[in-house]
Design a protein around this ligand. Structure first.
Ligand code: CUA
Length: 332
């Protein structure tokens, strides 16, 4: 691949090579047919021009075989391009089950990142090399788009809905991070750096500053207590809401008889709009927390709810991912 071209982004992730191969093949196909058609126009223009005044053109009745050939060949090429493109798209949009989850919140005009350990940074993302990283993203205001050209990944970041992106960096270095959706006057400044480090360097970096209050799940736990969630979500006779142990990734039965998988989107909706999906056997008593918690805090609460599981229980993230992939879900 032409890494030396001016403005051509470096390729530094596992999917970058696949995206480039696809891109350059399509450029080659487009260039080949453009030249072929332009050449044919030019040749026919010279060859079949009128040479004498009053010359009458030869009328052609058409050629069925030729028409079938020039329809069938582009059809096969277009279907092959679609199939190949779809394959790369699915690779790009389905995070591997063992991906480490990070969070990103977009707001006018910055990116706020939260590491699995609870460490936070702004307009910077430090990640270890050779590890699949999944980013769960949401916006606090308008639509933004998380774009790292060197990784060939880009996804819109929406208000009110989680979207995900994943990548596995292949070489240490610093790469540009951009917002790729016009989001206001300082859109062009809404960017930063993704720093890819060797595993041990990354761990050293993580250990550099002590995060106040420990990991994210811990601050989520404090928030859970501060908002008095635990006064209702508990076991025993005084439980007015469902016990949340092991709820993440499970199938929840609702009052109307339907079921729903408790993913991030469901947990977020249940905090902001508790009456939307009431769990079977419970009254719709829970007040809304709309306007009382920020998107960052919602992510912390969700992280805490994910961490609530019985002793020895397996993290259901892998199972949920696998199921999503099998049913064709998981794509944005
Ligand atoms: Cu955020 Cu453009």
């Amino acid at each position: 691949m032409p890494q030396g071209l001016p403005l051509y982004p470096e390729s530094a992730s596992t999917v970058a090579g696949q995206v480039d191969a696809l891109y350059w093949t399509w450029v080659a196909i487009a260039a080949f047919f453009s030249l072929l058609i332009a050449g044919a126009i030019f040749t026919f223009f010279i060859r079949y021009q009128r040479r004498r005044v009053g010359e009458v053109g030869h009328e052609d009745e058409g050629n069925l075989a030729l028409e079938i050939v020039w329809s069938a060949i582009p059809l096969v090429i277009a279907l092959a391009m679609f199939g190949w493109g779809a394959k790369v798209f699915f690779t790009q949009s389905r995070p591997p089950a063992d991906a480490t989850e990070y969070f990103a919140t977009g707001k006018q005009w910055m990116w706020k990142i939260q590491h699995p350990t609870g460490k936070r940074e702004i307009n910077n993302l430090h990640v270890p090399v050779g590890r699949p990283i999944k980013l769960t993203m949401i916006s606090e205001d308008v639509i933004h788009s998380f774009y790292v050209p060197a990784f060939r990944v880009k996804a819109d970041v929406l208000p009110g809905r989680y979207t995900t992106i994943w990548f596995e960096a292949t070489k240490p270095g610093e790469y540009h991070l951009f917002c790729a959706e016009y989001c206001g006057t300082e859109h062009s400044l809404m960017g930063g750096t993704v720093t890819v480090m060797e595993q041990d360097e990354y761990e050293a970096w993580l250990a550099q500053e002590v995060v106040p209050g420990g990991g994210e799940a811990v601050s989520g736990e404090r928030l859970f207590a501060a908002l008095a969630c635990d006064t209702c979500h508990r076991t025993g006779a005084r439980a007015r809401g469902p016990d949340l142990t092991g709820v993440y990734g499970s199938r929840v039965e609702l009052a109307d008889g339907s079921t729903v998988v408790a993913d991030e989107g469901y947990l977020r909706e249940s905090i902001l709009t508790p009456t939307a999906k009431v769990v079977r056997g419970f009254q719709p008593l829970m007040p809304t927390f709309q306007g009382q918690v920020t998107e960052d805090q919602l992510l912390q609460l969700i992280q805490h709810i994910k961490s609530l599981r019985s002793e020895g229980e397996e993290i259901p993230g892998a199972r949920a991912e696998g199921a999503a992939a099998a049913t064709g879900g998981g794509a944005p």
